[in-house]
Design a binder for this molecule. Structure first.
Ligand code: SAM
Length: 240
């Protein structure tokens, strides 16, 4: 199976039909990632096929947790090299997306990919989640926050739930430690106005990876005092 087939068939297994433009964009994204990775520390995965499976298809497991067609605005907190937000943008171009990361160097890479692929309705913000979450225009402003590999759920909820509208969702792409994280983090989720709606298990096609996606609905507004100041959520996780 060549790379195009790997991508197309893997996406189909997740219920997504990619068109040729999207496949070209994802493969170009992969090339840029490998190129920039020689200068910046963007990813530990450097095999072409593994980038397709363990980054691209991995991010697209979100399709198993929700109907992405219903989402209009999305924020990705701690996006790193664009996972999952930039992959979501390519595959669901109708969504308005904000990518957030505390490391500016990574944003330079993301802006280059956005420019090369001529992506619209997507922007990058250099900030810590705790600072951005205090800004009025970002608070309770998004249908969805999607996040992968940033922090445990107790901390991640404080980073992300302030951005989500009431009735919107946090999708936390997690692994096999989710139950443990939920035990620790359920109090924080509740304090911040969220409620676990569902855990969705999703296998990443052509890998041994099994994701567990925590689908958390925002039921109440987040109190103004959250997020606390930068660093505080990790130092002293809520409700733990
Ligand atoms: N989400 C990407 C992925 O799955 O490949 C990147 C994961 S990387 C392990 C974690 C990223 O989160 C880093 O790029 C880091 O700079 C960012 N990050 C960690 N804490 C953050 C915070 N408080 N606010 C914004 N970004 C943060």
């Amino acid at each position: 199976m060549n790379e195009r087939e790997l991508l197309a068939q893997g996406a189909l297994l997740l219920g997504i039909e990619l068109d040729q433009k999207q496949i070209n964009q994802l493969l170009r994204y992969k090339e840029l990632l490998l190129e920039w990775n020689q200068k910046l520390n963007l990813t530990a995965i450097t095999d072409d096929r593994e980038i397709i499976t363990k980054h691209f298809l991995d991010c697209l497991t979100v399709n198993k947790a929700t109907n992405m067609k219903d989402i209009k605005t999305l924020i990705d907190i701690g996006t790193g090299a664009g996972f999952p937000g930039l992959v979501i943008k390519i595959v669901y171009p109708h969504i308005d997306i904000i990518l957030v990361d505390a490391l500016n160097k990574r944003l330079n890479f993301l802006n280059e990919v956005i420019r090369e692929l001529k992506l619209e309705k997507i922007s990058c913000v250099h900030s810590r989640a705790e600072d951005l979450g205090k800004k009025e225009e970002y608070r309770e402003a998004f249908d969805m926050c999607a996040s992968r590999a940033v922090a445990n759920l107790a901390v991640l909820s404080e980073y992300t739930l302030p951005f989500v509208k009431q009735g919107g969702y946090l999708l936390a792409l997690k692994g096999q430690k989710l139950d443990e994280e939920l035990e620790q983090g359920s109090k924080a989720i509740q304090i911040l106005g969220g409620k676990l709606e569902e855990i969705v298990d999703a296998t990443v096609p052509f890998t041994e990876l099994n994701h567990r996606i925590a689908k958390i609905i925002k039921v109440n507004k987040t109190a103004k005092k959250y997020p606390r100041k930068a660093g505080e959520p990790t130092k002293n996780p809520l409700g733990v």
